[in-house]
Design a protein around this ligand. Structure first.
Ligand SMILES: [Zn+2]
Length: 914
């Protein structure tokens, strides 16, 4: 769960090893993929005879007879033709799956489960490994876990009994971040070892534990192995993949766990939080900063205050047990209470924690494919050079060769340690799940917040329904009132949505819905510095690993109310939002009007434009039939569409359509289907990926443009609008440096590309720059706009991911349909001041500003005065066209549905003429 290399405080060594000639030869032999060998042991006559004899004995001894040694399963070496983690060899997902299937044929201790399709259509599979008896009784084991997890209807006595009866379920995965290759490779070896080891330790593990072993990013595992094989033996052997290793979201695949935006996350959510509910969830990564060799819990500060204290203690216990096993095996470089914290709840581990599944995670060293590297102590960062040991880094590494197999061995030690701990503490683990759920329910039946209310009156019902459906998918209990009621002095009608905190996973609801109060770590030195006389720091604020504030209803623009007293009303639990759809109303004779407040309104526009219907965009307010309509309302004349056609087009969208008369004095523009170009750099841009996803989800068609097409020009003939997702000016212009990548992926758009984009806007096109790309447009095209945060020091201004208030101009097309105020996701985003200008195109128009009052809505920042009232989104006239600067992240991880419209409106504004 780490950022790209640039943000890691220490860098890996850069030295490349001398690769012996014979090893190079090996690379060539295996370039076309490994030779697959079938296990031969099943034909062994002697073994067959032994098995027959054992079966005979079992028949007479019954189940009291100890588990027999199984038929030998094929080893990875036998199957793949090389050892897991061998230099220059990566096993891809397809090959791993073939091996798993072979194991399933040869052993009753393993069962494979399909759990859905990946984004690119691969079948996602996990392997359950345990004793033969446990594998045969999985349904009963799952049922015990389900009852302990859901708490209701279970006394403490019954819970203790079930805990004694059940088995521990431990999920271990590798390869979520596909470029971190060792964890995925180790899963293959671990499957084999768990099946075949016959020591008392492993027998006990099989008797007490169900291991769920998973490779959760099939597409990425194949992409990375394929890219490495292609470049093996060339100067680009360790060059980074030029595109995202998971469709749309790449590295953010570990930050999508409460939003469920892609199939992989949804599939995993279904397995973990509806079907299996493991006791331990272990998520393996591989980016421990050089020269540490593995990070294991305890985590560092800040700690998310909603995590159950018992769960945090279990995490520390598991991490300490892992560290102890590393020391016992003489494995150096193990570090804890370092870099990684529990603050952000979007990781797959934290979403497990909030379901009372004790998560653990580790970061092993080295992620550069299967090419070994040699590290010398003289290349270590200064603070590591003299190998000083400390309480959470007891045995520093001293450098040397580091092979993929070394990383695999570290992963194996850690996984086996977790399984061993689960076997030894099975009953306590099972009971802890129940105890945490029960304590949460009791606590929040007595103290606030007692829950949240989601009122039926919302500006965007479609997004409100999405929020509720998402919570239900996350196994949060959602209720609907069966009568009108009063709570905290407010009257609510029947059918109001109520979400009580007193539920087994109530802490999850609380962390998603409440306002985050991020602790300024400088204020609590004695709690985290762990030295005799902690130092009061006069330094810039201390960074968390991820963002500081995320309050989900704010990001989605949904009104909610916290309950300070329990709501007294009869309710029913619901399994889907079932938001009531509105019928077309009004008596007008001219057109259908679709109000502009919802995201679905823009989906409707796309559907209508694609089917060639006449659609107008209201550019001013108007009244009809007693209703006031805002700018951005869609007007669809009766001439071009029947009511039945409109209903068909709007199916599944929550719209409030009205029949209107021809409005007098209305300013409007006819829309055409916008021709959209989206720039995709060769630097695996997550921002670009998220942009693709939200465009597709809202039914915008777009073309992807690479450097070559931007450099080729003629853009004004092909497109109405070009989008530059957030990217630093340097990276946009220069891309990968010469010699670091195969020639096809070198460089950025360059000066030729920048000139072509300028020409495109001058000739009437709309260029949309998002986030850091705004700096590119401002600097490259000398726009009369200044980024006011550019030269500030971190102690003057610190805002690395929070929600701030923004004020919108609903008469500016970019902000059509926006409320006057909404939350904006801000992370060191370019912030503007419009400079006096005498250009012929007119002065820039501000579509959104940061609030003057109540600026910080959730999270924390330093230097609010630099932001107050400054421009956040600006439309700059440019020749015959325009450049739109969207400073803050309008699409942050697919969560900020309240501000998606700024991008969508920017696109539509490209096809209207003043
Ligand atoms: Zn990772």
């Amino acid at each position: 769960m780490e950022e790209n290399l640039e943000s890691i405080p220490v860098r890996m060594g850069e030295r490349r090893p001398e690769i012996p000639g014979s090893a190079r030869m090996l690379c060539r032999i295996f370039r076309g993929g490994p030779r697959i060998q079938r296990g031969k042991t099943m034909n062994d006559k002697t073994l067959k005879a032994i098995l027959l004899l054992l079966a005979f004995v079992l028949l007479f001894r019954g189940s009291a007879f100890p588990a027999a040694a199984e038929a030998k399963v094929p080893s990875p070496e036998e199957f793949f033709g090389f050892r897991v983690g061998a230099d220059f060899h990566l096993i891809d997902y397809g090959q791993a799956l073939l091996y798993w299937r072979e194991l399933e044929k040869s052993s009753k201790r393993i069962k494979l489960f399909d759990y859905g399709k990946s984004s690119l259509g691969k079948t996602m599979v996990f392997a359950a490994v345990s004793s033969e008896e446990n594998i045969a009784g999985l349904e009963n084991i799952k049922e015990i876990t389900r009852r302990l997890s859901l708490v209701r209807g279970l006394s403490e006595e019954e819970a203790l009994k079930l805990a004694a009866e059940g088995k521990a379920i431990v999920w271990i995965d590798g390869g979520l971040h596909a470029t971190e290759v060792a964890p995925a490779q180790h899963i293959i070896q671990l499957t084999h070892d768990l099946l075949s080891e016959e020591t008392p330790k492993f027998k006990k593990i099989r008797d007490e534990v169900i291991a769920m072993l998973a490779l959760p990013n099939p597409d990425g595992m194949d992409m990375v192995a394929g890219w490495y094989k292609k470049n093996l033996g060339t100067p680009y052997e360790t060059s980074p993949l030029p595109w995202l290793y998971q469709r749309y979201i790449g590295h953010d695949n570990n930050r999508d766990s409460f939003m469920l935006s892609v199939p992989e996350t949804r599939n995993l959510n279904q397995v973990l939080h509806h079907e299996w509910r493991p006791h331990i969830f272990y998520n393996q990564h591989q980016e421990s900063p050089f020269p540490t060799l593995i990070f294991v819990p305890p985590d560092c500060e800040p700690t998310n205050p909603n995590l159950h204290p018992l769960l945090l203690r279990w995490q520390n216990f598991i991490g300490s047990a892992m560290a102890m096993d590393f020391e016992a095996e003489g494995k150096q470089g193990v570090i804890s209470r370092f870099l990684f914290d529990t603050w952000y709840p979007g990781y797959v581990t934290q979403v497990c924690d909030f379901h009372n599944i004790i998560s653990t995670f580790s970061e092993t060293f080295l992620f550069n494919y299967a090419t070994p590297q040699f590290y010398q102590a003289r290349d270590f960062p200064e603070e590591y050079k003299d190998f000083t040991s400390s309480m959470f880094f007891t045995n520093p590494w001293r450098g040397g060769w580091w092979h993929l197999r070394d990383a695999v061995e570290y992963c194996l030690t850690a996984s086996k340690s977790v399984l061993d701990l689960a076997a030894k503490h099975r009953e306590e683990l099972l009971y802890a799940k129940y105890a945490m759920g029960k304590e949460t329910m009791e606590r929040y039946s007595k103290e606030p917040p007692f829950g949240w209310i989601i009122p039926r009156e919302q500006r965007d019902s479609g997004v409100a329904a999405e929020l509720i459906d998402n919570l239900i998918a996350l196994d949060i209990e959602v209720y609907k009132s069966l009568a009108a009621f009063r709570a905290d002095g407010i009257d609510y009608p029947e059918g109001t949505y109520i979400l009580p905190t007193s539920q087994p996973f109530g802490r999850f609801l609380k962390t998603l819905f409440e306002v985050q109060a991020y602790p300024d770590l400088r204020v609590y030195p004695s709690l985290w510095q762990s030295i005799v006389e902690p130092i009061k720091l006069k330094i810039p604020p201390l960074q968390t690993y991820d963002v500081l504030g995320w309050t989900l209803p704010l990001q989605m623009g949904i009104k909610t109310t916290a309950l300070n007293a329990p709501a007294e009303v009869k309710t029913e639990r619901i399994r889907a939002a079932g938001w009531p759809e509105k019928k077309i109303r009004g008596q007008g004779s001219y057109a259908f009007a679709v109000p502009s407040g919802s995201n679905d309104c823009l989906r409707a526009a796309n559907r209508l434009l694609k089917s060639g219907k006449e659609v107008h965009w209201a550019r001013s307010r108007f009244q009809s039939g007693g209703t006031a309509f805002q700018p951005g309302t869609l007007i669809v004349p009766f001439d071009g569409i029947s009511e039945a056609e409109l209903e068909k087009t709007a199916r599944g969208l929550l719209l409030d359509v009205q029949r209107i008369d021809r409005p007098s004095g209305l300013k409007s523009a006819r829309l055409s289907k916008p021709r959209i170009g989206l720039y995709q750099p060769w630097t695996e841009s997550i921002e670009e990926g998220w942009t693709e996803l939200i465009l597709e989800n809202h039914e915008f068609d777009y073309s992807t443009l690479h450097n070559a097409e931007i450099k080729a020009g003629e853009l004004d003939r092909r497109f109405d609008v070009l989008i530059l997702p957030s990217q630093s000016p340097r990276s946009l212009l220069d891309g990968h440096a010469k010699g670091t990548m195969p020639p096809d992926y070198l460089g950025g758009i360059g000066t030729a590309g920048a000139a072509n984009l300028k020409h495109f806007a001058e000739e009437g096109g709309t260029l949309v720059a998002m986030g850091a790309a705004c700096d590119f447009a401002i600097e490259e095209y000398r726009l009369p706009v200044r980024n006011v945060l550019k030269s500030l020091k971190p102690e003057e201004f610190f805002a690395s991911g929070l929600l701030v208030g923004a004020v919108f101009d609903p008469d500016n097309p970019v902000a059509f349909g926006m409320p006057e105020e909404a939350a904006a996701f801000f992370a060191d985003s370019p912030t503007f001041e419009v400079l006096p200008s005498f250009g012929e195109g007119g002065i820039p128009a501000v579509a959104a500003r940061y609030a003057e009052e109540n600026l910080v809505l959730s999270g924390w920042m330093v230097g609010e005065n630099y932001l107050r009232n400054k421009a956040a989104a600006v439309v700059v006239p440019f020749g015959k066209g325009k450049i739109i600067l969207l400073g803050f992240n309008v699409q942050h991880r697919g969560q900020t549905k309240a501000t998606f419209k700024l991008l969508f409106n920017s696109i539509l504004s490209s096809v209207i003429k003043d």
